[in-house]
Design a protein around this ligand. Structure first.
Ligand code: ADP
Length: 461
């Protein structure tokens, strides 16, 4: 099947017309084809010359009627004249098409048709001629390879051997070729390039189209995944190494030492618990990510959830010598939410306050209504401690997986480094957010913002 051809109606603006047409002619109107012998051309000729033919017929008829000529010669004479007129008309019709049927031309730099097509494409694309010179490129391609200039060789503006080789092979083989390359300037980016030879567009010799795809987001996700697996295995390997070390000790030097055995068994228990917590947190994270796009729709009362969490943490609070105080919980604070996930959020925040800020002796949990983004009312729960606080450079990274201000302290507290990452993911799923404020030496405030359930707008404190 033939592809569409490229025409320039009126000799200036190009257009694309459908199948079975003749090749491109760069400078001449080419709306006629070569079919001077086609039936439609004969009909068109007949329409235009019918007056001449009618007059001729009448003249021969009159001559025959007057007896000046016999019927046979009259008919033959009329047929001859009619044929001559029709042929002359058909030829005069087809003469412009002879120009259009000239040999197809090479694609030219700045060709408005090619430029218009490239500008309409969503991907960065460069069109090259058979020598590898740039015929046109769109703005997106220019931003990737600013040194590329129309009329200049692609090798001057894109010094990537893999890409130049793909272009060469595409031209030589007539098939699409793929290459990948990495660009450091102005930013680290990975690209895939597809070089596609185009020989059916009416150009001779043909074009090569270079299309770029940005692989950077894909690569970043791959890197994040690899980092995550590396971090998770490292976190698991540490307690595992401790466990096997203690097993060796218990079999060896501590074999006959009941006091040492008890101490080591307690440490082993703590390490095993830490591994279990880590696996639990990892599973929770992946479950929350799976449901990330499903918004919970059941209304739950944040006041009741906070009460349940503080009751559950009273033993830890007593152990650490910290008093937990809840403020403003008299009215129900209803939000659409997953009860278990929200319990997890406040457990993490209050537990962190008890673990890392016990020196402050007090933890306050304040529940309130507030105006959220775009004036929508929201529920706020602020967990405030009076501990050492957090230096400002750590604040933006606290919710990253495995990020800790002090790794050894987190481990000593049985932390996994996933608590605040879980909080962030759960709140994202609830269309909420977490804000953190802290002044080093004066404690920290972690505030949960959640959209209120419909009809639950704020009469509270
Ligand atoms: P972890 O399991 O280590 O507690 P989190 O994600 O819950 O992990 O917390 C990340 C880090 O944030 C902690 O290791 C700690 O350094 C810091 N952090 C969290 N809460 C507080 C707090 N209330 N005061 C001081 N530092 C905190």
């Amino acid at each position: 099947m033939r592809h569409g051809r490229l025409l320039r109606p009126g000799g200036t603006r190009p257009s694309i017309v459908a199948a079975e047409a003749k090749p491109y002619e760069s400078s001449v109107t080419a709306t006629h084809d070569s079919g001077s012998l086609r039936p439609e051309r004969w009909f068109a000729g007949f329409r235009r010359t019918r007056l001449v033919l009618a007059v001729t017929a009448v003249a021969f008829a009159v001559l025959w009627a007057l007896g000046a000529i016999a019927a046979g010669p009259a008919l033959a004479g009329f047929a001859l004249v009619a044929a001559a007129v029709l042929i002359a008309t058909a030829k005069s019709e087809s003469s412009p098409a002879l120009l259009a049927r000239d040999e197809p031309s090479a694609p030219r730099t700045g060709d408005p048709l090619i430029e218009a097509v490239l500008a309409a494409l969503p991907d960065p694309v460069v069109a090259l001629d058979h020598r590898g010179d740039v015929v046109a490129l769109n703005a997106r391609a220019a931003s990737i390879a600013p040194a590329l200039r129309p009329g200049e060789s692609v090798s001057l503006g894109l010094r990537v051997p893999e890409v130049l080789e793909a272009i060469r092979q595409a031209r030589a083989s007539g098939t699409s070729q793929r290459a990948e390359f990495f660009q450091r300037v102005p930013l680290d980016r990975w690209y895939e390039v597809i070089a596609t030879p185009i020989s059916e567009a009416g150009f001779k010799p043909g074009l090569v189209l270079l299309a770029f795809h940005d692989l950077t987001p894909l690569r970043r996700v791959e890197e994040m995944r690899a980092d995550f697996v590396a971090n998770a295995s490292h976190e698991l390997r540490t307690p595992l190494a401790a466990l096997s070390g203690f097993i060796d000790t218990l079999r060896g030097s501590a074999r006959e030492d009941p006091a040492a055995r008890e101490r080591f068994l307690a440490i082993m228990q703590a390490q095993a618990d830490r591994m279990a917590r880590l696996i639990d947190d990892l599973l929770s994270l992946s479950r929350i990510e799976l449901n990330a796009h499903v918004r919970p729709d059941k209304a739950v009362d944040l006041g009741a959830i906070v009460r349940q969490v503080t009751d559950g943490l009273q033993t830890l609070a007593r152990d650490r010598g910290v008093e937990i105080k809840t403020i403003g919980a008299s009215d129900p604070l209803l939000v659409p939410g997953d009860r278990d996930e929200l319990i997890r959020v406040f457990e993490n925040l209050v537990e962190n306050a008890l673990k890392y800020a016990a020196s402050g002796k007090r933890v306050e949990i304040a529940l309130s209504f507030g105006g959220g983004a775009e004036g929508i009312s929201e529920a706020r729960v602020a967990v405030r401690d009076h501990g050492p606080g957090i230096a400002p450079e750590h604040l933006p990274r606290l919710t990253e997986r495995f990020y800790r201000v002090d790794v050894s302290e987190s481990r000593a507290q049985g932390g996994t480094g996933l608590g605040l990452a879980l909080v962030k993911h759960i709140l994202n799923r609830h269309a909420g957010r977490l804000t953190i404020e802290s002044v080093p030496g004066q404690g920290a405030t972690f505030t949960v913002h959640l959209p209120l359930a419909v009809g639950a707008a704020g009469g509270g404190s």
